[in-house]
Design a protein around this ligand. Sequence first.
Ligand SMILES: Cc1ncc(COP(=O)(O)O)c(C=O)c1O
Length: 380
Amino acid sequence: MKLFDVYPLFDINIVKGKGCHVWDSKGTEYLDLYGGHAVISIGHAHPHYAEMISRQVATLGFYSNSVVNTLQRQLAERLGKACGYDDYALFLINSGAEANENALKLASFYNGRTRIVSFAKAFHGRTSLAVEVTDNPKIIAPVNAGGHVTYLPLNDIEAMRHELAKGDVCAVIIEGIQGVGGIHLPTTPFLQAIRKACTEQNTVLVLDEIQSGYGRSGKFFAHQYSDIRPDLITVAKGIANGFPMGGVLISPMFTPVYGQLGTTFGGNHLACAAALAVLDVIEQESLIENAADVGSYLMAELNQLSRIKEVRGRGLMIGVEFEEPIGALRNRLLYEQHVFTGAGGSHVLRLLPPLSLTREEADSFLEKLKSVLSSSRGSY
Ligand SMILES: Cc1ncc(COP(=O)(O)O)c(C=O)c1O
């Protein structure tokens, strides 16, 4: 059997990682400014993480959600304290799409409605409702085009108010910072206006913090820059540093009903051990403060470079927009300078390194980027 060929691959076989670096099978070392797509929060192969997972799998890797799982309870308590949502409840699943799927389902159970508001350039995952609220017709299969979603322009307060005033919107779903769409930030007045309109209309506010959460923005959640409290918050990616896990943080206004939500693998013992190790390291190594500090430094330095149209982002979630398409630039960074970066659309370089990135590593990236920019003209 061969693999179903849906990924345009770089021909590089990564076999080892440590901190913000990875190595390929030929022994070449790469600086990781991509974090495996914003997944690596505490750095590759962190010793505490490796030890917690190894110990757990040697004791009990999995048992079903039909029995008490004290690791899940510990995780809920630790996460509630770490992010400032002590009074919320936690539902655990295995991925970001599943987190959004369950959040939207909860919203619809709550108010009985079926219409959802999402925003231009949004990305929320690839399963049924998660993909329907994603603003990319190419990945919405006919069976997923259920007609539930109205897409509005980001940061257009009047358009949002007008839509919600119809009184039949089940949920508004919005990313803390748009990632796949090219690092676009919802403004504080916009988020506050959504919060107000949702409360007035009994519409559920879902904050997708799957990419922008878990410290990446320099606060635990990106929406905490805007001083709002959503009704549901979805997390995944950095929650377990690469071990598949997602979560929905659920406000006390929702009442749990036996059997309404459920999953086989979600919140299993091994995943919880990985997630607890992540919280340990985030706290012990002050990684959120580090993301804020190194992120502002990196953005300030990037702003000094020529040929860059705009630098956007917060913490270590940074978009660098160029006048020209960035495909060739990314390839040169990877194959000549040995740096992994991401893309957010055709013109935006997306930087999503581990939250442990040091200033020295940021400087090393800047040197490599300058070297590519100065040795090319036009199309890099
Ligand atoms: C904001 C956002 N939401 C949801 C998802 C989907 O997560 P997953 O791929 O784990 O299903 C992603 C993945 O890139 C994302 O960036």
